[in-house]
Design a protein around this ligand. Structure first.
Ligand SMILES: *Cc1c(COP(=O)(O)O)cnc(C)c1O
Length: 381
């Protein structure tokens, strides 16, 4: 079946749930056995619940994967993948401009535990070939990245990693399964913060992993059950409900973001617009190959590269809320320099192009005329 149909139906068979059309929220920690030694699908809620199983099955279907796994947050999902694939002495090569939380986990949790963490600019594919060694067990990719929306060539990088016996994981949060399917491009593991577009309504924190390989699934599931960073049934339900409209929301996010990028590109107050749909964007050709559309995030550099200028625009915006996060139905604005990347050293921010006068816009699904009018008044003199 096609994506839109799977997003609504995959993962849930109502015949064992009293024909309930929506998956029930199994608000129980434990399931009764009928006899000693019985083997059954569900026993204890850390190991699994029917609501979580429906969500895991749905995500697997949307990523064309054999297995899905749900976690209490995107970071819990990333942590489980790292623990399942790396042991002390191993190396992970990660894309240089990765999500701040993943950067913190790698440098302050994994590295002290004896993992070698190497950051490489993987928007240049050849850089992986130069950096990879027989110690490299995992290549950690993110595409598009936050906040400048850099792309990496997942197919080419996966081929290099495979030749060197390393696994490839892709944080595909910004793309969602609707716009990009990393496993189809040769990656081994795909990770999502479902807190963003998959949930889609800024009301749930949840992480997801999908894999094809049975052994990888067993290894990550072992961490999921052993460490226990699992989502409750209510959050699984909310995420499933969000996913049912993912295809509709993403089309509108993409439509609106394309209009916003075009509008801002010609604006006298704007120095530069970052959006993969613009032909001059460095990742444009890769985006055309590996994504169905260009996503819903637009990042700008103001000509006045000061915190005061960014602050003025952010506080004049009426429709856009100044907030962390992204991917909800509502438009949000983020000052990456002080917010999402606040913990990063200034030299590193300078190197990555994260400026005081930069703003990341998560374009919502409101009426585009209202979104453009709000941006126009906030940028006016
Ligand atoms: C938000 C985010 C995460 C972390 O997810 P949480 O659900 O907040 O734990 C990881 N990667 C990316 C790209 C994100 O945007």
């Amino acid at each position: 079946m096609k994506f839109a149909t799977r997003s609504i139906h995959a993962g849930y068979d109502n015949s064992s749930h009293h024909q309930s059309v929506m998956p029930p929220i199994y608000q129980t920690s434990v399931f009764e056995f009928s006899e000693v030694g019985e083997s059954r699908d569900f026993a204890y809620a850390r190991t699994g619940t029917p609501t979580r199983a429906a969500l895991e099955g749905c995500l697997a279907s949307l990523e064309n994967a054999r297995h899905g796994l749900a976690f209490a947050s995107g970071m819990a999902a990333i942590d489980a993948v790292l623990r399942a694939t790396l042991k002390p002495g191993d190396e992970v090569i990660a894309v240089a401009d990765l999500y701040g939380g993943a950067y913190r986990l790698l440098t302050r949790v994994m590295a002290p535990a004896g993992i070698t963490v190497t950051f490489v600019d993987l928007s240049v594919t050849a850089n992986l070939e130069a950096a990879i060694s027989d110690k490299t067990r995992l290549v950690w990719l993110e595409s598009p990245t936050n906040p400048l929306l850099n792309l990496v060539d997942i197919e080419a990088l996966s081929a290099i990693a495979r030749r060197h016996g390393a696994k490839v994981a892709v944080d595909s949060t910004f793309a969602t399964p609707y716009l990009q399917n990393p496993l189809d491009l040769g990656a081994d593991i795909v990770v999502h913060s479902a807190t963003k577009y998959l949930g889609g309504h800024s009301d749930v924190l949840l992480g997801l992993v999908a894999v094809n390989d049975d052994q990888l699934h067993t290894d990550i599931k072992f961490i999921q059950n052993s460490a226990g960073a699992v989502p409750g049934p209510q959050d699984c339900f909310l995420t499933l409900r969000g996913i049912k409209t993912l295809h509709l929301r993403m089309e509108r996010h993409c439509d609106n973001a394309e209009r916003v990028a075009a509008f801002l590109q010609n604006h006298p107050k704007i120095e530069k617009v970052f959006f993969p749909g613009l032909p001059e964007h460095p990742g444009h050709e890769v985006a055309r190959r590996q994504m169905r559309r260009f996503g819903g995030i637009v990042t700008i550099w103001l000509k006045d590269d000061t915190r005061a200028a960014a602050s003025r625009v952010a506080s004049r915006l009426q429709l856009f809320a100044l907030a962390e996060s992204l991917g909800g139905v509502e438009s949000l604005v983020n000052h990456s320099y002080t917010m999402s990347h606040g913990g990063m050293p200034p030299e590193q921010k300078a190197q990555l192009g994260i400026r005081e006068g930069g703003l990341r816009l998560s374009i919502g699904v409101e009426d585009i005329e209202d979104i453009l009018a709000d941006l126009a008044q906030a940028l006016a003199d």
